[in-house]
Design a binder for this molecule. Sequence first.
Ligand code: ASP
Length: 325
Amino acid sequence: MKKLLAAFGVTAAFALSMSGAMAQGYPERTITMIVPFAAGGPTDTVTRLVAESMSKDLGQQIVVENVGGAGGTLGAGRVAQADPDGYTLLLHHIGMATSATLYRKLPYDTLNAFEYVGLVTEVPMTIVGKKDLEPADLKSLVEYAKANKDTVTVANAGIGAASHLCGMLFMSALGTPLVTVPYKGTGPAMTDLLGGQVDIMCDQTTNTTKQIQGGTIKAYAVTSAKRLDVLPDVPTTEEGGLPGMQIGIWHGIYAPKGTPAEVTDKLSKALQKALKDENVVARFGELGTLPSSEADATPAALKAKLEGEITRWKPIIEAAGQYAD
Ligand code: ASP
């Protein structure tokens, strides 16, 4: 649409008044929310809960589409190129910030390709292992992984994913790389962990809490400052001897650059309501996370978060020299 208007020499002012008119009736049809990871994983779980609640407020269905691959950059790229009409959105996490440095060539310019809707939640991570993995606690897992560095396998959702980031922190704490196995998301990675095809994974509580509670995987630590109510027996990384491994995975909703502010504001209001929806609050709680505050579920807060996180991670990634391309 953008290119079409330009090709016909449509003036910026006319395009602007058109977008204002379009925004007034928004939304008039189904919205697509892209998850840049496979179905069944933590980002997918959060997105489906929030999208369902937002769609009630907006009066239109929000269809969740999984576009996994390349650590979330394929899905983000799809949204960057979509029409800026509010009908294609992205729910992505911290990987939006880290991939800006991890990938020297991205098919989009992270800080200039998107508009912002708001922050959704910040999810702690867990270090988990397959059920019959030998070590009983984090300290012995560290020793075991060091002693078996050529055979211990670590699942992740590709370079730039939260699981990759957390795995990198774990390996840098060990002082040695391990064998990594990339997936299109940690949903399919969890299937392999349950089946015993991979040994360990670092993933959001939104994917691991139920499995830990059910005893189908082994939990070694949570990456939060305090233990979680839903996983009271799982020690923090600090308690387990890895104090540098505190990490929270923040998630936000984005729209393509040029999406009218009236549209992103409307979406932000719907997001704020969704984050107070009893069902969403209860499900987030069961999965070990909290909804973002009303002040954080705003375009300005997400923009500031993304900018701050790109600045924070850039020197860390550059010092590690571990690029995806
Ligand atoms: N939790 C995954 C990650 O490592 C992504 C996902 O499958 O939601 O970033």
